[in-house]
Design a protein around this ligand. Structure first.
Ligand code: DMJ
Length: 586
């Protein structure tokens, strides 16, 4: 009313607004009333639920209490029953215990009885055992020898097997070295005389005759390097020419010797045909009984520039094996006649050791009496000629010179025996062929082996494992390097090869193995080929740049042969010329 009364005095628009507000208020009051009623009902329901749960819990608790009581009674009952059972079994247990006692008493006797029986048996067997032991002892004694022998055989078989493996390994490595050396030459220097493996060029040291090819033929064939051999043979068939400026000694031992050896091994006629062509040219050196050292195919016959018009002794004395073989194979005696003339000359001049130079015109011998470079192979060819065809003059001369060498040139300093090249204590690598020569002569084997050992120690005494080109042997036996370079020379491995064939003492193969390893380490060039080196007394050497053709012809061949059996080039069938080319004994 109050509200309405107030409204009455207001304008109609404002009066309506108040009326709406009043209606809204009444509505809110109504909603609140409804909500309150609802909440009250909900609370009543919840209280009802709680009451119900409380009753349930009480019931569960009572049930649990009853069960507990029941279990307790059951346990008490079971305990009672156990007591009764134990009482009942007591008697039975006692009875069983007594039975056991009786049984034990009973078995005791049996056990004692069995023990006694065992004792008797043991006593009885004791004799048998002693008898058997004695029998065993006798048998062991009897078999001891056999067992020792068997053990020895087993050891020998083991040793042999080990040796075979090592031998195989070395041969394969050396063969691979040869293959890589030749292939590198084929790749970078084909048809040149020699190879420079560091700069990878060829060099014509012999006027461009393909020297390395000819010098390698037999080594390639022996090692079974068939592709390389076929290429080399094809060169001989189609490209080989022998003319121009010719060093008689070098071309005889390397070119004529190489072709004759290839023929000896393969029986291919082409090699003999070419050997004859070379032999024809070399006859040009004989204006006189004493040949000249340098010739050419235009008729020149002279000497080395440094020899003062004289021939060097080895140029005269190192023709016989090749010339005699050529005459023998061709039936043409011209070469053989030249050798007869030279041997007669030696016979006329066998007053002590030979001298370094011979004048072809006057036949006067001059210079130092020595066994070193420039003269060494003259002695070597005398024993080899005797072995090759039984030449009597050569045999007589050799034995005379050999005696002279052993008696007057060989000395022992400390533990080291060697042949002095001249008056000094100097030992050249070149002179180390001497040990092998004495072994081959068979009269001074002990001296030859001792000399070879000193030469082998020229290698083992340096830090690199390679030998100096020349050394002095001090009075106490120390080896002092004189020329600190290694030129891939073969003389030491050559003598080691003869020492191995003579003795089959493993130490020679060990030396050869060490030398091969040092060569492989210091001289082998990564891209193929081997080079000479300097500073061999140091552990780090320096590569020079030349693969000498003798390395393929000799050094690798002798190393490889040292690891082959004796029936590869047996020494009763072949002699090696001074460039290691094998020629047939006839
Ligand atoms: C080889 O050509 C031959 O062995 C020759 O008899 C001497 N010199 C070389 C190797 O050093």
């Amino acid at each position: 009313m109050l509200f309405y009364g107030k409204m009455k005095g207001h304008p109609p628009k404002k009066r309506n607004r108040y009326l709406w507000l009043l209606l809204l208020f009444v509505f809110v009051l109504f909603v609140f009333y409804l909500f309150r009623k609802d909440v009250k009902n909900e609370l009543n329901i919840v209280q009802e639920h709680l009451r119900h749960y409380r009753n349930e819990l009480r019931e569960h608790h009572d049930e649990h209490q009853n069960e507990k009581l029941q279990h307790h009674e059951e346990i008490t009952e079971l305990k009672e029953q156990n007591k009764v059972l134990l009482e009942h079994h007591k008697d039975e247990i006692t009875e069983l215990k007594d039975q056991n006692k009786v049984l034990l008493e009973h078995h005791k006797e049996e056990i004692v009885q069995l023990s006694d029986q065992n004792k008797v048996l043991l006593e009885h067997h004791k004799e048998e055992i002693t008898e058997l032991k004695d029998q065993n002892k006798v048998l062991l004694e009897h078999h001891k020898e056999e067992i020792v022998q068997q053990n020895g055989q087993n050891k020998a078989i083991d040793e042999e097997y080990k040796e075979k493996l090592e031998k195989q390994e070395e041969s394969n490595e050396i063969r691979t070295g040869m293959q890589r050396a030749f292939q590198a030459y084929m790749r970078d220097a084909w048809k040149s005389d020699e190879y420079k493996p560091v700069s990878k060029h060829g060099v014509n040291t012999f006027g461009g005759k393909g020297l390395t090819i000819i010098d390698s033929l037999d080594t390639l064939w022996l090692m079974g390097l068939t592709d390389e051999y076929a290429k080399a043979k094809s060169f001989v068939e189609h490209d080989f020419k022998f003319h121009g400026h010719i060093n008689v000694f070098e071309n005889n031992i390397r070119v004529l010797g190489g072709l004759l050896a290839a023929h000896a091994l393969t029986n291919e006629q082409i090699f003999l045909v070419k050997a004859k062509e070379v032999g024809e040219v070399l006859l040009g050196a004989f204006r006189n009984r004493i040949p000249c050292g340098i010739i050419d195919t235009n008729g020149y016959c002279g000497s080395q520039s440094w020899a003062g018009g004289r021939s060097v002794n080895a140029e005269v004395g190192t023709l016989s094996l090749e010339f005699e073989t050529l005459s023998h194979l061709t039936g043409d005696s011209r070469w053989s006649e030249k050798i007869r003339g030279i041997n007669e000359y030696w016979q006329e001049h066998q007053d002590g050791l030979l001298q370094m130079y011979i004048d072809p015109k006057t036949e006067k011998m001059s210079g130092p009496r020595t066994i070193g470079g420039g003269i060494d192979s003259t002695y070597e060819y005398l024993i080899k000629l005797k072995l090759m065809n039984g030449d009597k003059i050569a045999a007589e001369l050799y034995h005379k010179f050999e005696k002279e060498i052993v008696e007057n040139m060989m000395v022992t300093h400390g533990t080291r025996t060697f042949a002095k090249a001249s008056g000094s204590n100097r030992l050249e690598h070149l002179g180390c062929f001497g040990g092998g020569m004495l072994i081959l002569g068979q009269r001074y084997i002990k001296e030859g082996l001792a000399f070879t050992e000193t030469c082998a120690e020229m290698y083992t005494s340096t830090a690199s494992g390679l030998a100096c080109d020349s050394v002095t042997i001090e009075p106490n036996g120390d080896i002092k390097c004189e020329n600190d370079i290694y030129l891939l020379r073969p003389e030491v491995v050559e003598s080691i090869f003869y020492a191995w064939r003579q003795t089959h003492d493993q130490k020679w193969r060990d030396y050869a193995r060490k030398i091969w390893r040092a060569l492989h380490k210091h001289c082998e060039v990564e891209t193929g080929g081997f080079t000479d080196v300097k500073y061999v007394t140091k552990s780090t050497t320096e590569k020079m740049d030349k693969q000498e053709s003798w390395f393929l012809a000799e050094t690798l061949k002798y190393l490889w042969l040292t690891f082959q059996s004796d029936d590869v080039l047996p020494l009763h069938e072949y002699v090696f010329n001074t460039e290691a080319h094998p020629l047939q004994i006839y």
